[in-house]
Design a protein around this ligand. Sequence first.
Ligand code: ATP
Ligand code: MG
Length: 588
Amino acid sequence: MKSKNPARDAAATNFVRNIIEEDLRSGKYAARRWAGRPGPAAAHAAAAADPARIRTRFPPEPNGYLHIGHAKSILLNFGLARDYGGLCHMRFDDTNPTKEEQEYVDSILEAVRWLGCDWGEHLYYASDYFETLYRFAEMFIEHGLAYVESLSAEELRALRGTLTKGGENSPYRDRPPAESLDLFRRMRAGEFPDGAHVLRLKIDMGSGNINMRDPVIYRIRHERHHRTGDAWCIYPMYDYTHCISDALENITHSICTLEFEDHRPLYDWVLERLADFGALARPLPQQIEFARLNLTYVVLSKRKLIQLVEEGHVEGWDDPRLPTIAGFRRRGYTPESLRLFAERIGVAKENSTIDMSILEDCLREDLNERAARRIAVLDPAKLVIDNYPAGAEEQCQAPNHPQKPEWGKRAVPFARELWIEREDFTESPPKGYFRLSPGAEVRLRYAYIVKCERVEKDSSGNIAAVHCTYDPNTKSGTPGAEQKKVKGNIHWVSARHAIAGEARLYERLFGVPNPGAGERDFLQEINPDSKKIIRAWLEPALMEARAEERFQFERHGYFVADAKDSRPGAPVFNRAVTLRDSWGKAGA
Ligand code: ATP
Ligand code: MG
């Protein structure tokens, strides 16, 4: 799908694209040699075959489900690779054994695939590099650039300094390399309990950048890892692992979010030293930062998302109210709508918050094109056509898409008793109300013009039925039918033919634009009306809706047959988005 404003989109992504184009022009990566380097064979084979290609990667930690912010990163990384004839690797940064699970790995791969991104054979795990990472750590020790630290965590913190004050050297900083090497090997062998020692790089405790103050690169964790099992009881830290993983995979452009800007000197330091040792080949990958996506009316912090799921505030990771990719999918979003969104918001260097309505508009635009039209009555009132024969019925022809005649028409049965929307009738019409009221005429969409004759009430005064008469010469699609003009045009389903279905009407999960901002508790800001389940009357064609099939219910919005709960014959529809942005407006 094309963006509405390609010029702005192109400008917005230009700073990353400029770097890539410059590197391609200068042939920066073309001269690299691959033979004999550690790293995955498939990555080396691909790079050797065509060294000039750019390579990006999407590197999630498998410690939660992906959200819309990750979608931005995925689409950026895979999109750049596609646009510049490169490759994008899928890599799990799985260095933390305590929080990671196979379930997350599976859900992440499914989400990336669903977005239409293809990593081909390039699926990697940082845990596959544990042996190499360990060997490199020994190299740092041997070169006097890393040491085993034996202070406690509190003592380390005390020496670390602050943003404005440098840190202090540890008494272990000058430990001879041979002693550090021996201790590090024994750490690996499992001789020490958690926390007894860590391995630190020896950089500069006086650095203005805290990340450069002898960062910890290994710690002891007697924990099972979801892939390496009990093979390791020491685990490398993220900063150390990430840059090396990029280099081992021959990544050229390592694109990440802005909070890593201060980590870039460390990224470069580690790789430059390894290149000095001869362990890695230059040119090395370069880190480029962009602004993360923030969106109104949602939370995107993994911790908060986990809390919402684990405490049961929502019904699982794919709850249609969650901003997870699985949630958006179940809500009825299409991959194309998310891609359109990513293009439209662009890639910037400044953090900002995007309004949720931009995302919803992208969905409307996409579904307006691809969703067939159907009729559903969500809040039924009975309409009886007194002059229509009781046992009779006929078919009306309704277009599947108003702008796409090639999509054809379907037959919609019409009979004496119909369901209409309760709000399409009123006894006392305000000025400008063109729908049904006593004495008024409307067109029943794709059928006849009817005139409201009287209202029937039950014993408690509620409306039991709206009685009308129809004009047999006004059937839509028959010659002369359109000569008589009326202003109102309402939808309906035949009561006898309609099928009952469940409709889940979703609203935003949070009632405020920035849940949990300031000192507020985000849980207190959950919108109590974010999910409403109703029974809807559906036209018969909806009976066979397939899971994930999307429709526009005329005048209501876009709905998707629920992926888990909808069955042919017993459909369940989720409202993806209303037709117009009515959020927050009175009476919406
Ligand atoms: P964690 O706190 O667990 O690290 P995370 O959101 O950074 O959480 P990762 O799995 O590390 O999750 O993220 C994978 C990639 O997605 C990273 O490159 C990260 O920069 C990117 N990413 C995460 N959140 C956003 C966001 N809101 N917008 C754009 N990119 C994001
Ligand atoms: Mg992260």
